[in-house]
Design a binder for this molecule. Structure first.
Ligand SMILES: Cc1cc2nc3c(=O)[nH]c(=O)nc-3n(C[C@H](O)[C@H](O)[C@H](O)COP(=O)(O)O)c2cc1C
Length: 182
């Protein structure tokens, strides 16, 4: 029996911040599947975007109380979890060990299966520019948001990145490690 080639698992949460750029990165990734939070499915529509994924990428929506697709993590199908972008809500829940929806369950199960995770946390600085549906706006992440981002960075097997360049670099490093170059 042939085993499937391990893939990237990419989770999209309901963040307007850098979500179009993150989706563009996913489209270039190759063997990957997308997991969409309920908020992300709404936000994609609010920004008048489409997922437009290459053929062969599967999309999993958050439709079950038990986060049924996480079962795939036990089958060796995914080598890496990327959560990009990750809302302050998802980062907070992950940092506190809460797993009550599809994306937070992916993070928890990745940890328990020792699958490395890369998390692009939206809230990275006390003052930031972000994109609302109507254009660029200024936001001031709270101390609690920044504390959760910091706390998540201390999790085993988890790399927290705070910008698109850092996300691209983390993916490139992981790709090199998978290819045996590191
Ligand atoms: C248009 C729009 C843009 C949003 N952008 C962000 C964002 O950049 N960062 C963030 O933390 N939350 C943002 N939110 C709020 C999240 O969608 C909300 O907290 C949601 O509950 C997150 O759920 P999830 O983490 O399960 O995806 C946005 C909401 C809307 C309607």
């Amino acid at each position: 029996m042939t085993r499937p080639i391990p893939r990237w698992a990419w989770a999209l949460t309901g963040s307007g911040h850098c979500f179009a750029e993150s989706l563009a990165m996913l489209r270039e990734l190759g063997a990957a599947d997308l997991f969409v939070s309920r908020a992300a499915a709404e936000v994609v529509r609010m920004y008048k975007q489409r997922l437009d994924l290459p053929q062969g990428m599967h999309v999993f929506h958050d439709t079950t109380a038990s986060a049924a697709p996480v079962g795939l993590f036990y089958e060796g199908i995914y080598h890496t979890l990327v959560i990009a972008p990750a809302t302050s809500n998802t980062v907070a829940k992950c940092a506190l060990g809460i797993s009550d929806n599809l994306v937070t369950n992916l993070f928890a199960q990745a940890g328990k299966c020792r699958i490395p995770a890369i998390v692009f946390a939206c809230d990275s600085a006390p003052e930031m520019q972000t994109r609302a549906p109507g254009g660029i706006v200024k936001v001031w992440p709270r101390r609690i948001d920044l504390e959760h981002t910091r706390a998540l960075g201390a999790f085993e097997g988890t790399r927290v990145v705070v910008g698109l360049d850092e996300l691209a670099a983390a993916i490139a490093e992981r790709r090199a490690a998978l290819a045996g170059h590191v």
